[in-house]
Design a protein around this ligand. Sequence first.
Ligand code: NAD
Length: 261
Amino acid sequence: MFLKGKSAIVTGSTSGIGLACARALAHAGASVMINGFGDADAIEKERQELEALSGARALYSAADMGDGAAIAAMVETAHAELGGPDIVINNAGIQHVSPVEDFPVEKWNAILAINLSSVFHMMQHVVPLMKAKQWGRIISTASAHSLIASPNKSAYVAAKHGVAGLTKTVALETAQHGITVNAISPGYVWTPLVEKQIPDTMATRGLTREQVINDVLLAAQPTKQFVTVDQVAAMALYLCRDEASAITGANMSLDGGWTAQ
Ligand code: NAD
């Protein structure tokens, strides 16, 4: 319970990596504001489970990470209701795959807004609050695509490279205020989203489940193992510890060796 008394915001935490991070923070005693889209009953159930895990409050915000004003209001509510925030995990993200010449402009704008500008808006609002306490942890879920590219992912790769640069810049600006700013860059993570793609790919390409996993999904991941959401959450939790206070401006790869190639 090393985070007892601390409060956290985790964006995009109604599923996948963000949900695992919210649970890990609550398990360590933090009060948590979760965020993202999904079924209202399922979100309320999760919120109650987080309170049971932490013994502290958990709140839900429906703020759209593509909307700077909504992010400002979310931080204001978190500050008023939970204090802090001491910890922010910028995790909400979307993807669209298309060659650059066909890439829909509205998809480009949405990916840049949700995956990159949301991190800027969040930092702008939470850094003064963290400076006031001389303690803070800002962690952004970037991606292996913050370090390398793949074809047909122009907006995603541009946004994630942007997150890596923004992380370094704000780490330098806050280095003497007890605040660390880091990115976590997973390779292919096993989420329900990935699992659901397997039957379709098996059918359309005439492949077995093993072939889809090894030759399609994990083609670039040398371990031939998916990263798990719990592994990403464990890294985020480590970065919140006082032992991690010297780690700032870093981009932590959890990619089974992908970016070593
Ligand atoms: P996911 O689709 O399971 O979760 C995304 C979350 O973001 C959901 O809670 C969703 O409701 C929320 N979200 C989407 N748009 C939003 C918006 N406009 N406002 C607020 N919330 C919004 O995806 P995931 O795989 O858990 O991905 C989480 C993060 O990890 C993303 O930034 C993604 O780019 C990154 N990532 C994922 C992988 C992977 O293989 N799954 C690999 C590297 C990086």
